[in-house]
Design a protein around this ligand. Structure first.
Ligand code: 4AD
Ligand code: MG
Length: 466
């Protein structure tokens, strides 16, 4: 027997056929002559309504009370037109098999539960409508990301997770260390097994790598090495930042998409970022209709219109100086005062995207290409309503002497960038790229307000349990 999967209209062309469904019981309503059981298998938002009478094989389990919310079942029956108005089809059950019982303590019963509560039940929250829908939309965005870049001739590069370099130079890295091999401490208490010097500092000489190693904050520098060999490339993988901030837009572990375009400047970079965002948003609107209707009704009213605007309307481009000018003229008192040269804070980004329109950059990383004015760099941010900074990108400094001066100015150790400098020594080309935080994209596309609800297992200060 074939299982029926996907969408509310699924099966309209298979009425009268014997079909199956395997999934988890959402609700069970026992009436005097008929029992309704809603089963969800995660392939779509809608449940399959299973209608049972006492002649169905296995019906004794309903009467015996073993089938409750959360239980897993396998059901077979005939697909018929539904009598009810909530769904178009339903399954007239011929055989019901209970696969796994659910203890009455199952924490996600029918009543609505808060997303804060569900964060403490990360292992069960995918059984809810909201988290099921987020997971499917996240999957669709990942698919569309690969499709966009592949269709445009980009090659996907795996960047390393363990690295010695700090791409952003912001000192927000987690360090990697090996535990004293096969020591008792390593088993009993890993923290005590970190090799230490007599002063109590981490002893890097004991380390597997022999020198400091960190979790990557960005795959950009690695992507640049491949862009200066294979032309256009992109990365898509996990990145880490040790920011001890409790905000709704920051995670300690997040996925980043980082295209790197060879023989390209900042305008090419902005054009690519715009085309990419429009493509993936359109993909979700076209392919995740049921889930998007759900978000539009329950999570953020009007999100579908807002996303349609992204696909159809032109993006506003604003220079950093113009953005500062705009903020200075704002009839609003900001918590962080605005002046030329400052890094834009979330409140400023929010003002620009929600009150003014759309905006621009931040602090200058060492790799950004210096403009002719000698004081600004060829960098851009893409800001979107509700989320603020979605994308950060720049044209890279491809001139060896400028890059060396910049490293000196920032007192960065030139030796450790020897390989990065080599790219400027052997066949350097103008190139540019950007980084997009994948969870912020999921936030933007679903209307979910806290970034911790956009990734299956969020890593943030105080949350690494699951
Ligand atoms: O602006 P960022 O720091 O830029 C870079 O890392 C560059 N190396 C990218 C590049 O040019 N290849 O980070 C890029 C994006 C941000 O715009 C934001 O969307 C996301 O990464 N991001 C985070 N997302 C979630 N949690 C965090 N802690 C994030 N930090 C950055
Ligand atoms: Mg940034």
């Amino acid at each position: 027997v074939v299982d029926i999967k996907g969408g509310p209209d699924e099966g309209l062309d298979r009425l009268g056929q014997t079909l199956g469904v395997k999934g988890w019981v959402r609700t069970l309503r026992v009436q005097s002559s008929v029992t309704f059981m809603e089963v969800n298998d995660g392939s779509c938002l809608s449940n399959m309504q299973c209608v049972m009478t006492s002649d169905a094989e296995g019906y004794d389990q309903v009467e015996g009370g073993t089938i409750t919310t959360g239980a897993s079942v396998s059901v077979q029956g005939t697909l018929i037109t539904s009598q009810g108005s909530k769904q178009k089809v339903e399954l007239k059950v011929e055989k019901l098999v209970m696969v796994g019982k659910s203890d009455p303590s199952f924490p996600i019963q029918k009543k609505r539960v808060s997303r804060e509560f569900l964060r403490t039940k990360a292992h069960l929250r995918p059984r809810t409508n909201t988290f099921g829908a987020v997971a499917r939309v996240r999957n669709a965005l990942a698919y569309a990301t690969h499709k966009f870049f592949q269709d445009n001739g980009f090659i996907w590069i795996s960047s390393p997770i363990i690295t010695a370099s700090d791409c952003e130079g912001a000192g927000e890295q987690f360090c990697v260390t090996t535990l004293i091999p096969s020591s008792r401490e390593a088993v009993d208490s890993p923290a005590n097994a970190i090799p230490k010097t007599e002063d109590g500092l981490i002893d890097w000489s004991q380390d597997f790598f022999g020198k400091p190693a960190f979790l990557t904050v960005s795959g950009q520098l690695n992507a640049e090495t491949y862009a200066t060999a294979l032309s256009d490339v992109y990365t898509f993988g996990p990145t880490f930042r040790a920011e001890n901030s409790q905000t709704s837009r920051h995670l300690a572990e997040f996925w980043m998409i980082e295209p790197e375009l060879a023989f390209a400047d900042l305008n090419d970079d902005m054009a690519c970022a715009t085309a990419y965002l429009q493509y993936v948003v359109k993909h979700v609107l076209d392919n995740c209709k049921e889930d998007m209707d759900f978000f539009n009704t329950w999570i953020e009213k009007g999100i579908i219109n807002r996303l349609s605007d992204v696909v159809e309307k032109k993006f506003v481009q604003l220079t950093y100086s113009d953005a500062i000018e705009l903020l200075l003229r704002a009839h609003k008192k900001f918590e962080f005062p605005v002046k030329w040269g400052c890094d834009l804070q979330s409140e400023h980004e929010r003002y620009i995207t929600e009150v003014a329109f759309s905006g621009s950059p931040e602090i200058k990383a060492f790799y950004m290409r210096q403009n002719d004015d000698g004081k600004t760099v060829a960098a851009m941010d893409m800001l979107v309503p509700r989320v603020g900074e979605l994308i950060g990108g720049s044209q890279r400094e491809e001139r060896l002497d400028y890059l060396e001066d910049r490293l000196d100015d920032l007192k960065l150790n030139k030796e450790s960038y020897w390989w990065y400098l080599d790219l400027r020594r052997y066949g350097s080309v103008p190139h540019a790229g950007f980084g997009l935080g994948f969870e912020r994209l999921v936030q933007f596309a679903t209307g979910i307000d806290n970034i911790r609800d956009t990734i299956p297992f969020p890593r943030a200060p105080g949350s690494a349990e699951f």
